[in-house]
Design a binder for this molecule. Sequence first.
Ligand code: TYD
Ligand code: MG
Length: 472
Amino acid sequence: MSKPKRAAQRWVCQACGAVSSGWFGKCPSCEAWNSIEQELPPPNPGERPAGSSVVVASTDAQTQVDSQPRRPCGLAEVDRVLGGGLVPGSVVLLGGPPGIGKSTLLLQASVGLARRTGIVLYASGEESIAQVGSRCARLAASHKNLLLMAEQRIEEVLAQATDRIRGAAGQPPLGAVIVDSVQTVYSTAQDGLPGNITQIRAVTSQLVAFAKHHGVPVVVVGHVTKDGQLAGPRLLEHLVDAVLSFEGDEERATRLLRATKNRFGSTQELGVFEMRGDGLREIANPSEAFLTHREAPAIGSCVTATLEGSRPLLLEVQALLAASFGNPRRTCVGVDPIRLAMLMAVLDRHAGLFVLDQDVFVNVVGGMRLSEPASDLAVLLAIASSHRRQPLAPGTIAFGEIGLTGELRPVPRSETRVQEAARLGLKRVILPAAPKQAARALKDSLDSLHLGASVELRFARSVAEAIELGFA
Ligand code: TYD
Ligand code: MG
């Protein structure tokens, strides 16, 4: 009897995923040592006869989408980041460093999904049923449709899921599958330990095939290291439909959910949570949570309105100038250091504030990042306030992009920003001067919300004007 023909073998770098034709001590692609392992090609998923693919006119394709409504989980922050809920047949990767709260978030979302859409199968490769169960009890997140499973073999997870597609033994049909985490499950058809690139790729392609074939959404957890350096999830990003990242730091309870890739929605939305003893709590009004409530205005502080997707967010920027010994240092948290250097130069040249010889510290309160140029003016005013040792007028908020000639440039969606400031009781808004019509429209939009009388709009054309208005 002849030996069965072995399909072509491949050698794959476990660090970068590069495929080579033979073994190397050092990967030719990423130069990692001892990272190349032999790998069998994935099993053939079953040949389909040529011509069996479905071809649809683009005008008719929409009806296919409409016939499969999104499945919201009921946590408004998660649903918004997803673009309105899970899309049937999609695979979502939830990434984040270990211990940030991914499992907690998914359990809370799963129970909401189970209530709304039917069976949710939560497969954990990390924790026993007892561990997940006790967490469910602590979070008050249990429901008869939320099924728990402690399993590391992906084939077994998918077999259990397939059995429940149409609903078995009086149960509703399958609404979603959760796999926690992709690093701890493995395919029995592949060699290698769970978590290596071959396994991660095999597991993910099985999940993608399952989701697409049965029209069931799948959410899979992926761990990333603090600097996002693990090869697995990077490679995973190409295979899945959406990548959500769950961020935050250990010292703070605030957690942020963002989409870094989303085939079905915007990647601009931000979800904000607080980690508490009884799980994650949604923060529907992040502006309130991030603002410091003070009796009197503080020196070196300025509030700005930034946009996170569709939502405005008020954040406080703080600055401190200190006498420098030797080379002046610029230390900033949450602000781009290059942008800060530019603002310091503009202050020096166009506002006559000599700050270049001092140490500067800038911090955005709440561990947030200001990435929009619209926050330039607030950073500048906070520095000016520290320099003058004088607080800004009480209830001031400022936004505007600053140019190198010291001019203040208009920013998108001023109304949204001004309305959020008014809603939170801030009284003075310093913003870039706008043409008469635009300024009128802005006032009208405030009037329509009955906020026109409580907010004073102070338009400035230049940095010097903004500083004058800020301290008047
Ligand atoms: P977990 O969801 O296990 O993180 P991940 O799955 O991302 O590794 O959450 C881990 C941390 O969250 C843990 O250190 C304790 C904290 N936590 C709370 O503060 N409150 C809670 O109700 C829960 C469940 C966890
Ligand atoms: Mg976990």
